[in-house]
Structure formats: structure tokens, C-alpha cells
Design a protein around this ligand. Structure first.
Ligand SMILES: Cc1ncc(COP(=O)(O)O)c(C=O)c1O
Length: 396
């Protein structure tokens, strides 16, 4: 065994991933390389649509399309009726957030490393309704302070909405401890699991969240343009989606309609069926490896990378948190993040850049400009970690 995976399993994971022959891909937090099986299932459905017609293909592939609900439910430990499949994590999160009734003086508590799109939505709703958004300060590890959160909670708090793993680093916020506070106080809890899903084992019962948003293309290795929302059965019917159509609701009379009782009230009728098929296969593929094994390997590889980067002159690793995941961020003295990423790309290495405006509160708090983001997955290797650092050193 090597960090959750045997050597043979790593070889198989790479054989399953055609992109491994093309690039050194450390941009798994951007979009992972799809395994062949996901690609095949997605493309096969598109081909079927072209051959027999889109509606007819949906009928014939019904089982494969429906599989995505069972697979995602198994992944996070909920019921298939508590899942809505949508086009990305942002839409999943929005559909939940904009369903929550808020008024003047209502407080939303969030985290310092909150994602820009979520924060913009908070600000928009605050502007319209008179609700207030308040970030909870970090603790000494740089993660959300559960102690301060507990002190901030009172009867005016309507929502706790935090990001599990932020876009700009390895931090893993203490989601389950936050869930305990939310449950004790009876406050709605929305978790953005966009960056954690597929690398961190997630059970919504253990975490205690009411709603969870996720994307398909990142650590789940699904096709782009896919995502899902989980909403707990007990709160489902209290949340009226901001948009309704004939899939989310039924038109029952001249003056009446009835909203669906399951989480598909957050979906709409027309959708990417090939993407749904592909996402279902991607989730099953991840479940096949096991999330505990994936988590162990991803964390180990990321720690190896942090250790090697830390030895390079001028390089500073910037990840916060008591527990750190597969996302490694760093700066290089005297070199802009974009330049570093571009030079790595010339050497066949994929990374991305985290811009300050994507996590404004956190980046301003730490007085940081852009960061280079290198995000590893289980199919990456120790050899790639070494090659990455050698290429980086040579390119400076
Ligand atoms: C923390 C976080 N939340 C949400 C999103 C948005 O996800 P999507 O692009 O699938 O809408 C991202 C994307 O990078 C993210 O990092």
C-alpha cells in the first residue's frame, strides 16, 4: 500500500485516465482529467441522441440518467429524493440560498475564505432585504473559529453558510463542528462543498448540514457543466425555489400550481442528459476507489508537495488550516503568480492562479496578491511531485 492506494492501483488509475499521457495535471481543483469510462458514457449518450433523437435517447438511457441520483446520494449519505442535479455548484448553491426567506435584521454568518459568487449573493440579498452578512473570524490555524461562531449565534441568525474547502488553498473548514453549532441553535446550515466533494469523505448526517452544493468537474472527475444540490427532507418543503417551471412544479388550475415535494423542485426541465449520465459514472468510479483511500492519498501527495516547495528558495506555501487537502497554494518571491503558472505550462504542467477577488476577505486579511494553485489527485504520482518542483526551480 502506498498512501491509501497500492502501486498497482495507481497504475490502473493512470491507465484509466488518458490525459495522464499528455500532461502533468495539477489543476484538479480547476477540472480533473476525466477517466475513460466517464468520457465513454458521456459521449455514447451524445451519439445516441444524434442517432435516434434527444427525447428518445433520454427514454432509452433512463436507468443511466437516474443512476446519478442514487450515486450522489450514496456518496454523501442521503436519500435520492434529497438530490437535485443542476449545471454547476454555483447554480446549486444559488437555488438553495435564494429560497431562504430573509428580512431586515436577519443575520447570515459565513467564513473568511468564502467564495466570491456566494458573497456577492449575500450582498445582493442584504441590499434588497436589510439582512446582514457577517464573516466569522478564523482561529489560530486559519480556519473558521467554532468558538467565535458559537458566541456570534443568537436568535437573529437565520443562516450559517460556509465553504468547506476554499478556492484558494488547502484549508478544510471544520464543517461538522459548525454543524453541531447550527443544530444546537436550530439554524439553517448551507455548506459549499464544491472543492471538497470527491477528495474529502462527506456524510451530510455527520456534518449536520441542511443543504450542500457540489460540482462535477473538479475532484469528482465528471464532465464540465454538471453539479448537484442536496437539501435535507425536513427543510425541503419550507424552501420555495426562486424559479419554478413545469418540472419543478405542476400547473394544476387557472390560478394554481403545486411545487414538487422532492429536491427536484430546484431543477429545471431542460438539462444536459449526457452530463447527468457522465456524472453518475464519475461518482460510481470514485465510490469504487473509496473516498477514505482517495482522501489519504490526496493528502499525502499534497503534503509531499508542500514539503518540497518549502525547500525551494523564494517559494512560500500559503495553505491555512489544521487539516489540509489536495490543494497547494504558493507564492514565489519576485515572480507574479500568472508568470509562474505560464512557465510551468510551457513545461507541460497544468496549474491555475487564484485571483484576490475570488476570496477577497481572506486575501485582503493576509495581504496577498494572486497565488499559484497546484492541486493534486490520487492518480498523480510522487514522481510528478518531484518533476513539478524541478521544473519550477529551473523556470525561475
Ligand atoms: C468554493 C467554491 N464554490 C463554488 C464554486 C463554483 O463552482 P462552479 O464553477 O461549479 O459553479 C467554486 C469554483 O471554483 C469554488 O471554488
Amino acid at each position: 500500500m502506498s498512501n491509501g492506494f497500492s502501486e498497482a492501483e495507481i497504475s490502473r488509475a493512470r491507465r484509466d485516465t488518458p490525459g495522464c499521457e499528455e500532461v502533468l495535471h495539477f489543476n484538479n481543483a480547476g477540472a480533473s482529467l476525466m477517466p475513460e469510462t466517464v468520457l465513454d458514457a458521456t459521449v455514447s449518450h451524445l451519439r445516441l441522441e444524434a442517432r435516434i433523437g434527444g427525447y428518445e435517447a433520454a427514454g432509452r438511457s433512463r436507468e443511466a440518467i437516474e443512476r446519478v441520483y442514487d450515486a450522489t446520494a450514496a456518496l454523501i449519505g442521503c436519500d435520492r429524493g434529497e438530490i437535485a442535479v443542476v449545471e454547476n455548484a454555483t447554480r446549486a448553491w444559488d437555488m438553495a440560498f435564494y429560497s431562504i426567506p430573509l428580512g431586515p435584521g436577519d443575520r447570515i454568518l459565513t467564513a473568511m475564505a468564502e467564495y466570491a459568487s456566494n458573497y456577492i449573493a449575500f450582498l445582493q440579498v442584504a441590499r434588497k432585504t436589510g439582512a446582514k452578512v457577517e464573516p466569522v473570524p478564523n482561529d489560530e490555524h486559519g480556519q473558521l473559529s467554532v468558538e467565535v461562531l458559537r458566541e456570534m449565534v443568537d436568535e437573529s441568525v437565520r443562516l450559517i453558510a460556509i465553504t468547506h474547502v476554499p478556492t484558494n488553498g488547502g484549508l478544510v473548514n471544520p464543517a461538522a463542528e459548525v454543524g453541531e453549532v447550527a443544530r444546537e441553535a436550530g439554524i439553517l446550515y448551507l455548506l459549499d462543498a464544491c472543492q471538497s466533494i470527491g477528495q474529502v469523505p462527506i456524510n451530510v448526517g455527520t456534518i449536520g448540514c441542511d443543504m450542500l452544493s457540489a460540482t462535477g468537474r473538479k475532484y469528482l472527475r465528471g464532465p464540465r457543466g454538471t453539479g448537484f444540490l442536496h437539501v435535507r427532507r425536513d427543510v425541503l418543503e419550507d424552501l420555495e425555489p426562486p424559479f419554478l417551471d413545469l418540472h419543478a412544479a405542476e400547473w394544476t388550475g387557472k390560478e394554481s400550481f403545486e411545487i414538487r415535494r422532492d429536491a427536484r423542485r430546484f431543477e429545471n426541465w431542460e438539462t444536459n442528459f449526457a452530463g447527468k449520465v457522465g456524472l453518475g459514472v464519475a461518482v460510481d468510479y470514485a465510490l469504487g476507489w473509496g473516498l477514505e483511500a482517495i482522501w489519504e492519498r490526496v493528502r499525502t501527495l499534497a503534503e509531499d508537495l508542500r514539503a518540497l516547495l518549502g525547500d525551494l528558495p523564494g517559494v512560500e506555501v500559503r495553505d491555512l488550516g489544521a487539516e489540509r487537502c489536495g490543494i497547494v497554494t504558493f507564492t514565489v518571491e519576485g515572480h507574479a503568480a500568472r508568470d509562474v503558472s505560464r512557465r510551468l505550462s510551457t513545461g507541460g504542467i497544468n496549474t491555475s492562479v487564484s485571483a484576490p477577488s475570488s476570496t477577497l476577505l481572506d486575501m485582503e486579511d493576509r495581504n496577498l496578491d494572486a497565488l499559484v494553485r497546484a492541486s493534486v489527485h490520487y492518480y498523480n504520482t510522487e514522481e510528478e511531485v518531484s518533476r513539478f518542483c524541478e521544473t519550477l526551480e529551473r523556470s525561475l
